[in-house]
Write a protein that binds this ligand. Structure first.
Ligand code: NPG
Length: 368
C-alpha cells in the first residue's frame, strides 16, 4: 500500500459552523496488488472538528493498526471490514483501505463502481453546498453564480446568528429553487423555536441541527419543526441509521461512505433506507476526483432521490488530480470505465505530494 499526503488549495474559503477551510490536506492510498492498482481517498479533515477523525490520526492508525492486520492475506474488499472490526471507530481510515482494494478488484475484472453498486442512472443530479459568508450581499452573489451554473439544489450552511436571514434573502432573490440548510451540530434542543422559524421557507430539510450523539433529541425536535430533519454526523453505520429511523429522529439521510466506514456499509445504509421509505442523498467532503468518482457512482443507486453534494471539480479546485467532473445541465456523468473509472494525473500528483511512503508485507517495512 502506498500512502501519500497531498496539498490542494480550494478555489474559495469554505466556512461552516466548525471553522473555515482554505486548503485540503488529503491522504491518498494506492493499493498495489498482484492484480493491479486501486485508489482510495481518506476524507478525514486536517483537524478533528467535523468528527473525531483527522488526517494525521488516520495516517497513524493506518500504519500502526489497520494495514498490519491486512498484509499477507489474500483479500477481497468485502473481507476488510470484518478483519478490522476489533479496531473501534476510525471509519474514514478504514473506508480509504476498502476503497483502494475495491478499486483494484473492480479494475481487474473490468467492472465500474456504478455497475457494482447497481446504478440506475448515467448521470446524477447535483447540488452545491454554500458556506457561511461575511455578508448577505456576498452570499447572494455566490448563490447567484451557482444557480447560473445550473446546480439543481442549494444548501446553505447555518449556525446560530446566521440562519433565518440568509434563508429569507436567498428565497426572496431566487424564488422557488430547491433549498436546504446544514447546521453541522451547532444547535441544541432549546433552539427548537428558532429552528421552527425556518418552516415558512419550504426547505427540503434541515441537516444535523444537534450534536451527533443526540439522536433522541432530534426525534423531539422533529415534533416541534415542520421541516424534515436529515441526519449526517449521527449516522455512523447502518445500525445507527436503523435506530434513528425507528426513533423518528430523521425523515432523510445523508450518506457519506467515509463516515460509515466504506462504500459497502454505505450500500447497506442505502438499502435499509430504501426499504423504510427514507430518501437519501450523497454527501460531500471536498473530495478530489478520486473520491468524487466513487460518490457519483454510488449516487446513481435508486434511492438517491435528492441532489447530492457532488459538485463539479471547479467548485473545489482549480486543477484536480483526475480529469475534472464537469456540470452539464446540473448533472455529473457517472464514470463508465473499470473501477473508479478515472485516471490520476501522476505528474500533477507528484508535484503536490508532501509525503509518501510505501508499506510492504512482513512487519511493514517502509520502502522509499
Ligand atoms: O461539496 O464536498 C462538498 C462539501 C459539502 O458541505 C459539505 N460538506 O458538513 O457535509 C458537511 C461538509 C463537510 C466538508 C464536512 C468537509 C466535513 C469536511
Amino acid at each position: 500500500m502506498e500512502l501519500r499526503r497531498i496539498s490542494l488549495s480550494l478555489v474559495a474559503p469554505f466556512e461552516t459552523s466548525f471553522g473555515v477551510q482554505t486548503d485540503r490536506d488529503v491522504l491518498l492510498l494506492k493499493a498495489l496488488t498482484d492484480r493491479g492498482e486501486g485508489w482510495g481517498e481518506c476524507v478525514a479533515g486536517e483537524d478533528p472538528l467535523y468528527s473525531p477523525e483527522y488526517v494525521d490520526g488516520a495516517q497513524q492508525v493506518l500504519i500502526q493498526h489497520l494495514l498490519p492486520a491486512l498484509f499477507e492475506r489474500d483479500l477481497s474488499a468485502a473481507d476488510i471490514e470484518p478483519i478490522l472490526r476489533p479496531v473501534h471507530g476510525h471509519h474514514m481510515a478504514k473506508a480509504a483501505i476498502e476503497m483502494a482494494v475495491l478499486d483494484a478488484e473492480l479494475r481487474a475484472r473490468g467492472e465500474s463502481f456504478g455497475k457494482f453498486f447497481g446504478a440506475v442512472r448515467d448521470e446524477v443530479d447535483c447540488g452545491v453546498s454554500v458556506g457561511i459568508h461575511p455578508s448577505i450581499a456576498e452570499l447572494l452573489e455566490t448563490v447567484g453564480a451557482y444557480v447560473e451554473q445550473g446546480y439543481r439544489r442549494i444548501k446553505l450552511k447555518i449556525r446560530p446568528g446566521w440562519d433565518v436571514e440568509p434563508v429569507r434573502a436567498v428565497r426572496e432573490r431566487f424564488g422557488n429553487i430547491p433549498l436546504q440548510v446544514d447546521a453541522n451540530t451547532a444547535y441544541s434542543l432549546s433552539d427548537a423555536e428558532q429552528l421552527a422559524k425556518l418552516d415558512p421557507f419550504d426547505l427540503l430539510l434541515i441537516e444535523q441541527p444537534l450534536p451527533e450523539e443526540q439522536v433522541l433529541a432530534h426525534a423531539k425536535l422533529a415534533k416541534r419543526v415542520r421541516t424534515p430533519i436529515c441526519l449526517d454526523e449521527s449516522i455512523t453505520s447502518a445500525q445507527a441509521a436503523e435506530d434513528a429511523i425507528e426513533l423518528g429522529a430523521c425523515r432523510v439521510i445523508n450518506i457519506k461512505p467515509g463516515r460509515v466506514g466504506g462504500y459497502l456499509e454505505a450500500r447497506k445504509v442505502h438499502d435499509l433506507c430504501k426499504a423504510r421509505g427514507i430518501p437519501v442523498w450523497m454527501g460531500g467532503m471536498l473530495e478530489t476526483g478520486i473520491g468524487r468518482a466513487g460518490n457519483v457512482a454510488m449516487a446513481a443507486m435508486p434511492n438517491f432521490t435528492l441532489p447530492g453534494d457532488t459538485s463539479a471539480s471547479d467548485r473545489y479546485y482549480r486543477r484536480d488530480i483526475t480529469e475534472p467532473f464537469v456540470l452539464h445541465d446540473g448533472r455529473l456523468k457517472v464514470p463508465k470505465g473499470a473501477g473508479l473509472g478515472v485516471s490520476v494525473d501522476h505528474e500533477f500528483l507528484d508535484s503536490i505530494t508532501q509525503w509518501k511512503q510505501t508499506l510492504m508485507t512482513a512487519g511493514l517495512r517502509p520502502v522509499s
